[in-house]
Design a protein around this ligand. Structure first.
Ligand SMILES: *Cc1c(COP(=O)(O)O)cnc(C)c1O
Ligand code: SF4
Length: 554
């Protein structure tokens, strides 16, 4: 058969196969090409306050920035304010308010629940404290080797280049510094950040954020990009910006021509609701993609703004229509001012459950909780993996249909010795985490302070080492009738301490280092405690402090 195909197949390329020449095809489905009723590029609503501003000014990002509204009396000219909004706007120590004329014009002046409005107009409630509220909930300051540079992950850093934004989001996770001109970063800080990066070759990815780098003077922003690009070990640079949302006018040809010089460059925007994606935004995003930047989106799950699977679906569909890839959906941080925006985590899971499988995979963001205290972003997923045996994986799909995947019977283990990638991999000392367990580097990870307790021989400090702290109180145990277990039941794992008062059998069992001690075989029949049965677990007494890794958090 192969011999028959001995020359390339010729396609018929004669002009008669092409449509007759006529006006070039215009794709009206492209949101960046949407036309208004006047046949000109479509524009968003403009509040009456600015009706007389000439288009050249309105479309000029500098005019937009210098005409932002922040005082109650100015905002009142645009929106019908509620009493609680007046209270929020009058609060003396509030997080900065500043809204571009373009963005506030998108708000329905008569709808107090408008999703755009809720993001930028403060409410009195913003001042209320809540349990676990923190100023710097992600402990960014603690993870900053130099001011503004957060080095939390092994291979990438967050570089805060300014505290200024085009407008201010009420739930901002960095409200401790953002909006405050007295805490701004200057050229000297940028130089110190760059110097740290020059000396830190494990960093291959730099995320520029703030504040919002795109609010910086164009020359200054470019000098930062150039500084980064002069560092050979930095592979990619990412920009996190809300400027294209608050101020799409800023994304002009000049900016895109500048950005293009510093590839590979990625950008993540921040839309929370479909109504933020206007014709102006579509054109700005189109320019960014033409300049070769992959565009992503990060949303925050906000009560009263987007805590609904249908609102989220509309948002992500509009994003992908604009070639923006949904990246993260963040659980609202435990930051001052965000109390009334918080939703239960179950709401986020419900949203992901309603998206995954129900729509295109690349439209579904990863739902993450940015760990309070600074552990990094933790993905939170509904369970699709039901069970797992030595040869079958049991799965369920988005409809609840249950299926199985058969594992290969023979799988030749990957040979690390002959694998170039394995041999070249950079070590991550002390940071290999669960991956380290899978790689066989360690067998367990101990709770913080565990080793210290062992090395000091301070057995009292650890509940697992104190038999008298264990009472049988399992399923079926009768409260109040529980008695202290014989000493051996408290073996725990990791090997116990030897005690002279122990019976020889107890000594032997404790000394094995082999893990949980089998009380059934070691304790004579008449001494066995029968107040809990097989499968029932001893639990600490009520009010007893536990040293368990998870229990203490609850
Ligand atoms: C979000 C973040 C990053 C980037 O994380 P990715 O998951 O790679 O997007 C890096 N450093 C810090 C401190 C961050 O908060
Ligand atoms: S744009 Fe980002 S940094 Fe600026 S106020 Fe909003 S959330 Fe905070």
């Amino acid at each position: 058969m192969a011999a028959e195909i001995d020359r390339p197949v010729e396609h018929d390329l004669t002009p008669s196969a092409a449509p007759p020449s006529e006006a070039p095809f215009v794709n009206r489905r492209d949101p960046a090409k949407a036309l208004g009723p006047d046949g000109r590029p479509q524009v968003s609503r403009r509040a009456p306050k600015w009706a007389d501003v000439p288009d050249e000014k309105w479309d000029d990002w500098r005019w937009q920035l210098s005409n932002r509204v922040n005082e109650l009396h100015e905002i009142e000219e645009v929106l019908d304010l509620t009493d609680e909004e007046r209270e929020g706007l009058s609060a003396p120590d509030k997080f900065r308010v500043d809204i571009t004329p373009y963005f506030i014009s998108l708000i329905d002046p008569h709808d107090p629940d408008d999703p755009i409005r809720r993001q930028v107009i403060p409410l009195g409630r913003e001042q209320q404290a809540f349990t676990a509220m923190m100023e710097d909930s992600l402990a960014e300051d603690r993870h900053s080797p130099v001011p503004g540079l957060v080095h939390r992950y092994p291979d990438r850093v967050l570089m805060l280049v300014t505290t200024q934004c085009a407008s201010y989001c009420r739930y901002c996770t960095r409200s401790r510094i953002v909006g405050d001109p007295t805490q701004n970063f200057n050229r000297k800080d940028h130089e110190a950040q760059l110097e740290y990066l020059r000396r830190t070759p494990q960093v291959r990815d730099v995320l520029i954020s703030g504040g919002d780098g795109l609010t910086l003077a164009p020359k200054l922003f470019e000098s930062i990009l150039r500084g980064l690009r002069e560092i050979q070990h930095i592979e990619i640079v990412r920009i996190g910006s809300r400027v294209p949302v608050f101020l799409p006018q800023r994304v002009d040809d000049e900016l895109c021509a500048m950005l293009e010089k510093y590839h590979p460059l990625w950008i993540n925007l921040h839309f929370n609701h479909a109504s933020e994606i206007t014709p102006e935004v579509s054109r700005a995003v189109d320019k960014l993609t033409r300049a070769g930047l992959p565009v992503g989106n990060q949303s925050v799950l906000l009560a009263g703004v987007n805590d609904c699977v249908n609102v989220q679906r509309e948002l992500i569909h509009k994003l992908v229509e604009n070639r923006v890839r949904p990246y993260y959906l963040y659980q609202c941080d435990l930051v001052e001012g965000s109390g009334h925006f918080r939703t239960p985590v179950g709401k986020g899971l419900e949203i992901i459950e309603g998206l995954r499988g129900h729509t295109s995979g690349y439209a579904v963001p990863t739902y993450v909780i940015d760990a309070p205290g600074g552990g990094g972003k933790i993905p939170v997923m509904p369970n699709y993996l039901i069970s797992y045996s030595d040869h079958k994986v049991v799965l369920r799909n988005y409809e609840g249909y249950i299926t199985t995947y058969e594992e290969p019977l023979e799988y030749r283990q990957h040979d690390k010795q002959s694998c170039r990638s394995c041999q070249q991999t950079r070590p991550e000392p002390g940071q290999s985490g669960v991956h380290g367990l899978l790689q066989g580097e360690r067998m367990w990870i101990e709770p913080k302070g565990f080793e210290e307790i062992h090395s000091r021989g301070n057995v009292d400090a650890h509940r697992l080492q104190r038999p008298d702290k264990w009472v049988p109180y399992g399923v079926g145990a009768i409260e109040g009738q529980a008695r202290t277990l014989p000493v051996l039941a408290a073996g725990g794992n990791g090997g116990g301490q030897l005690d002279d008062s122990m019976l020889p059998t107890e000594r032997a069992a404790t000394d094995t280092n082999a893990g949980i001690v089998d009380t059934e075989t070691l304790v004579p029949e008449e001494q066995r405690d029968r107040s809990y049965g097989p499968g029932e677990e001893p639990r600490p007494r009520e009010g007893e402090p536990t040293a368990s890794a998870h229990g203490e958090l609850l």
